[in-house]
Design a protein around this ligand. Structure first.
Ligand code: SF4
Length: 285
């Protein structure tokens, strides 16, 4: 169920298509577009990164013109049942590139559900989604479920699925909603291993704030999934360093909390952030 690691490219007749998800892949996409043009192709580019920075490829490709479905090329197991979002979180690209929430009528059931905010959809849409996903296994709401909107009705219906529920704990201000959503999922029958929590770090927080949220999640017995903030126009991944952080401290947080299952015996305060990714005990290398 893996995603493509960089921008995608395919050709049809004399047209080459580039689909670029992350802005830090734009420099490589630019070089590729130059080469494709030299081979005689008309180059067309789209995707979230091109929508965020429409000028970057403008002199080597036609950008954001024709709508070409590319999701299945990035991951054949992925689907969207809605696009857009009701919120405008300042760290998120969705409000800028997708706009207001809209429910889709025509979508194919698939296990990786990429909706930005499924719980903001109408009850009728949510019920249709659950009903159509029911025959599938290994469902993952990989963009997270909005803890502020989760109700016992949602939790009960989601528990009918063989699914992973992902919440987000992006700010201490969301703690009450996050805890309430976690308890609703547990009461509906979700085992802890079927709940995960995204934890945004390095945006407007401090290391102490991030540590509190990461520890709170871990103490619930679920794995935090730390997400390092990336500027929406970053041409290099991990180049943004918030005012309360250093590059090395962000790296230390990411390495430790992304590998908590191997590091439970190592107190975070004693963790040497310069070490490479830890090797699981018993591994032969
Ligand atoms: S709720 Fe999620 S998708 Fe919507 S703006 Fe906030 S982070 Fe983005």
């Amino acid at each position: 169920m893996s995603w493509s690691k960089t921008f995608l490219e395919w050709t049809q007749d004399h047209t080459a298509y580039l689909s670029v998800v992350f802005t830090w892949d734009l420099p490589a996409a630019y070089q590729r577009a130059v080469w494709l043009r030299e081979q005689g192709y008309t180059v067309k580019a789209g995707g979230p990164a091109v929508m965020l920075m429409p000028d970057y490829l403008a002199d080597v490709a036609e950008c954001n013109g024709e709508q070409v479905p590319a999701l299945k090329r990035h991951n054949p197991h992925a689907t969207f049942t809605s696009r857009g979002c009701i919120r405008r979180c300042p760290f998120c690209a969705v409000p800028r590139i997708e706009g207001a929430l809209r429910e889709l009528d025509d979508w194919q059931p698939a296990p990786i559900v990429c909706d930005n905010n499924l719980l903001a959809c109408s009850r009728a849409h949510f019920d249709r989604v659950v009903d159509r996903l029911k025959p599938l296994s290994g469902i993952d709401f990989n963009q997270g479920l909005d803890a502020r909107l989760l109700t016992d009705y949602h939790a009960g219906r989601l528990a009918e699925l063989d699914c992973m529920a992902r919440l987000a704990f992006d700010s201490v201000g969301y703690e009450t909603d996050f805890m309430r959503a976690f308890e609703l999922l547990r009461s509906a029958g979700f085992p802890k291993f079927r709940v995960r929590a995204y934890v945004l770090i390095g945006f407007q927080d401090t290391p102490a704030d991030a540590l509190y949220r990461l520890r709170t999640v871990a103490e619930l017995g679920i794995d935090p999934n730390p997400m390092r903030y990336q500027a929406l126009d970053a041409l290099e991944k991990n180049s943004y360093v918030g005012e309360h952080w250093t590059h090395s401290e962000l790296g230390r947080y990411m390495r430790y909390w992304s590998n908590l299952r191997y590091l439970r015996g190592v107190p975070f305060e004693e963790y040497d952030g310069q070490k490479r990714k830890p090797v699981p005990s018993g591994a032969w290398f």
